[in-house]
Design a protein around this ligand. Structure first.
Ligand code: COA
Length: 368
């Protein structure tokens, strides 16, 4: 414990998470307690004030603790986004075509906008993770949106549902900046609500009634790997890798992988992945049964979609019923495992090991 505290103190003293709280509409809504402190003067805070505060915070003698550091990081990002916005608008004003309407990139990629794209065609509903610049990391809003998309897909008239990613990554797992969105109830409340969301999210995959296919277009990390054990088919490009660095992050397996992985690949190979964070190539993942088939990257999209379109023409009710016969024998068990994994993770998220790992990732991101 003393070692952890020492590392945290050093991380803090190095200025790794230094930032200035600046008021924004989002901040006011979510952190009413901070409003008094921030709103009046901070609304008019100049660049100079911002830099002064950055320096001031570096000089703090007392480590403010992980919770405050996470809040500071969130506020720092808002300020950075605001400055990027101003820069972008300035560059547009200087351009020769002033009539073009531009939505700032920072706004376009906000959760709940186009971070998830759902299309339906040829009997296939496709849910595409669409944050390529963030390697399709899953924001809190995206978890909610995927739940809604799966609920809608379970009732639509498509025969098959596909999850895939846009860009070079399939998905880099949980967006680690989700940890900075701390509600008034503090990190405990955050962990509690996170565990409920995780459980609901994974439940949707357990209960999904139709054939569910993962089209893994690139590397996959964390929860995007663990839930593969709940898919019916996993097609991967040979560029894909499969990585679950839970121990490195002070976390533990989710997505029912503590049960599905040992069952699929045997306990020892599962342990190498889930405990020691061994990264598998697509071919290794295929040999171990996690991936159904690997395709050369150059023909991946073409071959996979031809295959899926042919499958989608099979009688949908027969496919649905066959899937349910297979899944029903294990449903209850999977739900129990999901509940247990979510509970364990709730505790892990509050641990020093996890907090340290998240703070360390964020400090690298902030490049301070
Ligand atoms: N959470 C938050 N941000 C993430 C992210 C994640 N899981 N994965 C990627 N990003 C962000 C990066 O921080 C970076 O943001 P920036 O442009 O604002 O700096 C952007 O996405 C691009 O990623 P980058 O790290 O520059 O690309 P890379 O090719 O060098 O590395 C990863 C890609 C996925 C290996 C690396 O980003 C990473 O390790 N991410 C964390 C993965 C993780 O631990 N997930 C949780 C598993 S439980």
């Amino acid at each position: 414990m003393a070692g952890v505290a020492g590392r945290l103190a050093r991380l803090w003293c190095s200025g790794a998470l230094s930032s200035l709280p600046v008021c924004s509409p989002l901040q006011v809504t979510r952190f009413p307690a901070l409003q008094l402190h921030l709103c009046g003067p901070a609304m008019r805070a100049s660049q100079k004030d911002f830099e002064n505060a950055l320096n001031q915070v570096k000089l703090l003698k007392k480590d403010p603790g992980n919770e405050v550091k996470l809040k500071l990081y969130a506020l720092y990002k808002q300020e950075t986004a605001r400055r990027n916005y101003v820069d972008l608008v300035s560059s547009l004003s200087a351009s020769s075509e002033p009539s073009i309407q531009v939505t700032p990139a920072a706004d376009r990629k906000q959760p709940g906008s186009d971070a998830l794209v759902v299309t339906s065609q040829d009997g296939i509903t496709t849910i595409t993770l669409n944050r390529p610049d963030k390697k399709n990391a899953l924001t809190t809003q995206m978890y909610h949106d995927i739940i809604l998309a799966l609920e809608a897909a379970s009732k639509d008239d498509s025969a098959i549902t596909v999850l895939t990613g846009n860009g070079d990554y399939y998905c880099s797992g949980n967006d680690l900046t989700n940890f900075t969105d701390i509600p008034p109830g503090g990190v405990e409340e955050k962990a509690r609500s996170g565990a409920v969301l995780l459980r609901d999210f994974v439940d949707c995959f357990i209960d999904f009634p139709k054939p569910l296919v993962a089209v893994v277009n690139g590397p996959a990390v964390g929860i995007s790997v663990t839930i593969l054990g709940l898919f019916d088919i996993v097609y991967a490009t040979d560029r894909a890798t499969f990585h679950t660095p839970f121990s490195h992050l002070g976390q533990s397996p989710e997505g029912c992988s503590s049960y599905t992985f040992p069952k699929i690949m045997g306990p020892s190979k599962a342990t190498e992945m889930l405990v020691f964070g061994k990264k598998l190539t697509a071919r290794e993942a295929c040999t171990q049964g996690l991936v159904t088939e690997v395709f050369p990257d150059s023909t991946f999209q073409k071959e996979v979609w031809v295959r899926l379109k042919a499958y989608s023409k099979l009688p949908p009710n027969a496919m649905r019923i066959s899937k349910q016969v297979i899944r029903n024998t294990e449903k209850e068990k999977l739900h129990a495992i999901n509940a247990e994994e979510s509970n364990v993770l709730r505790e892990r998220w509050l641990s020093d090991e996890c907090m340290n790992a998240v703070v360390s990732f964020l400090s690298k991101k902030a490049k301070l």
